[in-house]
Design a protein around this ligand. Structure first.
Ligand code: ADP
Ligand code: ADP
Length: 233
């Protein structure tokens, strides 16, 4: 089943002389683990953010984006925000609450989960991620890596259909980055969670990825399994 797609998507920032994205056609199927890579300024963040209209950049858009075959703008904004989860580069920016438990509950409360549902889901999540030792902490006591895991857990508690990540390990040390990527691998392997990630740590991601999309100057240069990509690079 097709989860995300773009149809001849172009995007220009206001006053920019060239398009940040140029007629991009991609399709992401259920259960895929897609790595979006390319040099700085190639359009990776722009592409990812256009799938989150509430935080998408302003500019001139041509072509379209879809979720499960439906144009993105036809979806209910609340459903869309829940179904398309996102983790950002800066672990600080995404943390909203003073302590870990509140952080995990926050999004679920907004979506109207019952107390019983929240209790059950948090217990499962804590078990899966081994988060017990963090539950009673204040969020500002956490390391960058721990913050990113909490951000990830809080997004997953909303049961997204697809998870987008924009350089989530850029500010983590190599060990924390490895652990984070290992979590993503488990989510993909064990739950079939569909993942699209912008990342520079390709040595860690190529063994995990099902597909690699390479952008250059806003154009889609390659879209292929990592094994074939290694031969191209
Ligand atoms: P990354 O490469 O990690 O996506 P960048 O360093 O390219 O991040 O951009 C950081 C921030 O600066 C982003 O919010 C981006 O929108 C903004 N930015 C990048 N390029 C420009 C530009 N030419 N004009 C204005 N803002 C920009
Ligand atoms: P990447 O994530 O691959 O580093 P971006 O999507 O951040 O690339 O940027 C793609 C292009 O758009 C770059 O040329 C960048 O300078 C430009 N850009 C990014 N953000 C802005 C912005 N807020 N205003 C103007 N130009 C921007």
């Amino acid at each position: 089943m097709e989860i995300l797609a773009t149809q001849s998507l172009s995007f220009a920032y206001p006053n920019a002389t060239t398009n940040a994205l140029k007629e991009i056609n991609i399709e992401v199927q259920q259960g895929e683990f897609v790595v979006l890579c390319g040099p700085s300024g190639s359009g990776k963040s722009t592409l990812l953010r256009l799938f989150k209209p509430e935080i998408a950049p302003h500019g001139k858009k041509e072509g379209s984006l879809s979720f499960q075959g439906k144009p993105l703008e036809e979806l209910d904004p609340i459903v869309r925000a829940k179904e398309i989860g996102m983790v950002f580069q800066d672990p600080e920016n995404q943390i909203a609450m003073d302590n870990v438990m509140e952080e995990l509950i926050f999004g679920m409360e907004n979506l109207g989960f019952t107390t019983e549902q929240m209790r059950k889901k948090i217990a499962e999540m804590v078990n899966f991620f081994g988060l017990n030792h963090l539950l009673n902490k204040k969020t500002d006591e956490l390391s960058g890596g721990q913050k990113q895991i909490i951000n990830l857990a809080a997004v997953l508690l909303l049961e997204p259909t697809v998870l987008l990540l924009d350089e989530p390990t850029a500010q983590l040390d190599p060990i924390a980055a490895k652990e984070f990527i290992h979590m993503l691998q488990r989510l993909n392997d064990e739950f079939g969670l569909t993942i699209v990630i912008v990342e520079h740590r390709l040595e860690e991601l190529f063994p995990v990825a099902s597909r690699v999309i390479l952008l250059e100057n806003g154009k889609l240069l390659h879209d292929m399994p990592p094994r074939e990509m290694v031969r191209e690079l």
